[in-house]
Design a protein around this ligand. Structure first.
Ligand SMILES: Nc1nc2c(ncn2[C@@H]2O[C@H](COP(=O)(O)OP(=O)(O)OP(=O)(O)O)[C@@H](O)[C@H]2O)c(=O)[nH]1
Ligand SMILES: [Zn+2]
Length: 297
């Protein structure tokens, strides 16, 4: 038996990555009967057949989590890709993605791209934004600054992908595809090579799949396309701001939402410069949305 991860289902077969290769698998009868729905990312065991790189899926492990966009199981981390410049990083989107990742129990990794371009603009007199990356680092997030053009920081991200299932997210033009290309300079095993050989289903819509990248698995479709915050109670929002944690519990009112209440430790921390004004502004913005959404259910 071989342990593997399902990359994709296609044309009645399931492609499983295990022991550094891709296995074309069929399902055992009992799965077919139950009409088990598999997702890329499902951890399976396969029994190899006599034919090379073919097998049957014998069992599937319970899922740790399940993302809907894209539909992938057992996602370990979300690589949140934002350009340092052009387009200017949309921190409101970044902070929303950080909340969505936390809600799905997925570790966020912030990647600021186009550092090469950014350095040029600083040389030309643009304000230095490195504080921005430091702000997120101070909160405790993992932050990388990279250039897909010069290769700066790319190996470090490659290391983070190893043995993990990752999903990319971030606005259009941030440099997601360029990052993937920089991470896999042509040598990687691409599952697309299998599907292009298969005649069946050539015209069917393309499904989401995991690809092998830097010794890990990466969804080929970016995730978290919705801006909506997860369903929560208004009192829970502060828990999604890790930098509030040190202060929580110290407000005058137990029910403090850190908005207009007197003697609020969060606002005190803000005034002392221990909480970033932009992050606090986003907190208030999301608080309104959460309260608005609460009324609807
Ligand atoms: N100078 C520089 N340009 C980059 C870098 N990364 C991406 N770009 C450029 O930025 C533009 C957008 O990059 P993409 O990789 O297509 O961005 P994307 O996030 O995949 O965009 P969508 O496909 O729209 O979601 C392209 O013109 C890239 O060449 C970088 O590190 N440095
Ligand atoms: Zn408070």
């Amino acid at each position: 038996m071989i342990d593997g991860v399902l990359l994709k289902g296609y044309g009645g077969f399931y492609y499983v990555y295990g022991e550094d290769r891709v296995w074309e698998c069929s399902l055992r009868g009992r799965f077919r009967i139950k009409d088990q729905e598999f997702l890329p990312g499902d951890r399976v065991t396969i029994l190899p057949k006599e034919e090379e790189n073919k097998g049957t899926i014998e069992s599937v492990a319970p899922r740790r989590n399940e993302l809907t966009r894209p539909p992938i199981a057992n996602v370990d981390q979300a690589i949140l890709v934002f350009a340092m410049t052009s387009p200017k990083p949309d921190l409101n989107l970044l902070d929303r993605l950080l909340i969505q990742a936390a809600d799905s129990d997925i570790e966020p990794i912030i990647v600021f791209t186009k550092v090469d371009k950014y350095q040029e603009t600083v040389l030309q007199g643009a304000p230095n934004l490195y504080e921005l990356t430091e702000d997120y680092r101070k909160i405790g997030y993992t932050v990388f600054e990279v250039s897909s053009k010069t290769g700066q920081g790319i190996p470090e991200i490659g290391d983070r992908l190893k043995n993990k299932i990752s999903v990319l997210a971030g606005p259009s033009g941030a440099g997601k595809s360029s990052l993937v290309n920089a991470l896999s300079p042509g040598k990687e095993l691409k599952t697309g090579q299998i599907s292009s050989k298969s005649k069946r289903g050539r015209h069917t819509t393309r499904h989401v799949e995991l690809m092998v990248c830097s010794g890990g698995l990466l969804a080929d479709t970016p995730g978290f396309s919705s801006l909506l915050l997860p369903e929560m109670k208004r009192a829970e929002l502060a828990d999604y701001f890790p930098e509030f944690a040190d202060f929580l519990g110290g407000c005058r009112f137990n029910s403090c939402l850190h908005d207009k209440e007197p003697n609020c430790v969060i606002k005190a921390a803000l005034e002392e410069g221990r909480i970033s004004p932009v992050r606090y502004e986003h907190y208030l913005l999301y608080l309104k949305e959460v309260i608005e959404a609460e009324r609807k259910y």
